[in-house]
Design a protein around this ligand. Structure first.
Ligand SMILES: [Zn+2]
Length: 368
């Protein structure tokens, strides 16, 4: 063996060894956001559904961390600043969507989102929510705005993406409000979506997977919460046709201002994550996070009687009887659970800032 061959062999073996020890990369990332689904909500949901603590699928995920959720200008975040941190890796002011404030508190630097990073690299992307499609959590993925209330400015960015060819699957509520707002600037939202390449469906249940770009802006008043499992199954069928991979964000509203509704939804989300985790391949990183916590507290209850029954019996009982679940209708600032499974999930541990969730997704794709 001459020295040249020996040198080549050495380089090759270093490369092979480096590959062996390199963390596996994720081809796909699915980010589940339980909006306001803090640890106390997960705890209550487990009791509510299973009469046992720590019985949710989310609570069985192998890797987890406790994430701070503070905003740039407050210890308690709203969904806009909370989601901005998760999808851009930067903290911003409350009410702001994927932009930093400028010196006067107006719209400053635009922050590229994980969805836009994926689009830029040719991956397929999806945004699914049981909230308004222009509401803070879905909007932070695909839009940039100084105010989360700028419905038209936000939704118009679906139609004119900054990176790649824009989001492929879009499912969310507020058909009436959004369509009326767009009409005010003379835009028929369905026609505009179709012109942008989307096949449109009034009900998420009606979505077909023949085309590569679908949108369903539905009327929650009429449909209620759509069934997320078939909708996500169809979404994954569409997105996984892209050999480069995909990014999907699914938000489920877990605010417990109505305790029963919030806990019922937490179970629906948990069932969805269990289903998706059983279905996707080893090349997919699944993450669960809340954008912030909520002031729901377990103050009583005992084994032996169904927990839901104990809650129902005490929810409206007058003092001095105490409810098993006490609720004050407010976001709260303590850490939330982030849980993950799949390639890159091992990076998730300890106490982290919410901005680290972005870094973990970027690293999982191999983009950091
Ligand atoms: Zn929120």
């Amino acid at each position: 063996m001459n020295t040249k061959t020996a040198a080549r062999l050495l380089v090759l073996s270093v490369f092979v060894v480096a590959q062996l020890f390199a963390a596996p990369r994720a081809k796909n990332v699915i980010l589940f956001i339980g909006d306001a689904g803090g640890i106390s909500t997960l705890n209550a949901a487990s009791l509510y559904a299973h009469d046992k603590p720590q019985s949710l699928f989310i609570q069985s995920m192998p890797h987890f961390a406790l994430s701070d959720t503070s905003a740039l200008n407050g210890y308690v975040t709203d969904s806009a600043a909370g989601m901005t941190a998760i999808v851009t890796g930067r903290k911003t002011n409350n009410l702001m969507l994927s932009v930093l404030p400028d010196q006067d508190g107006g719209e400053g630097e635009i922050l590229k989102t994980i969805l836009e990073h994926a689009e830029e690299r040719g991956l397929s992307t999806g945004v699914i929510s049981n909230m308004a499609i222009w509401d803070a959590t879905p909007a932070a993925c695909y839009a940039h705005a100084a105010s989360r209330k700028s419905t038209v400015e936000i939704f118009s960015q679906v139609l004119k993406p900054r990176f790649g060819n824009g989001v492929e699957v879009l499912i969310g509520a507020d058909r009436i409000g959004l369509y009326a707002a767009m009409q005010k600037i003379g835009v028929n939202a369905d026609e505009a979506l179709q012109k942008a390449g989307f096949e449109t469906f009034e009900n998420p249940a009606a979505i077909t997977t023949k085309t590569s770009r679908v949108a369903s802006i539905y009327d929650r008043g009429q449909i209620g919460d759509f069934a997320p499992i078939p909708a996500v199954d169809k979404t994954l069928e569409i997105l996984s046709r892209n050999k480069k991979g995909y990014f999907l964000m699914v938000e489920w509203d877990l605010h417990t201002d109505n305790i029963k509704r919030g806990l019922d939804r937490a179970i629906v989300l948990d069932d969805l994550i269990r289903h998706v985790a059983s279905k996707v391949g080893k090349d997919t990183l699944i993450l669960f996070a809340a954008d912030h916590s909520f002031d729901l507290r377990l103050q009583g209850g005992k084994p032996g009687t169904p927990f839901a029954q104990q809650h129902a019996a005490t929810v409206d009982a007058p003092p001095p009887s105490r409810p098993v679940l006490r609720m004050e209708n407010k976001h709260t600032g303590e850490e939330i659970l982030v849980a993950a499974k799949g390639p890159g999930a091992e990076r998730l541990h300890g106490f982290i800032p919410n901005t680290k969730i972005f870094e973990i997704m970027m690293s999982a794709y191999g983009w950091r």
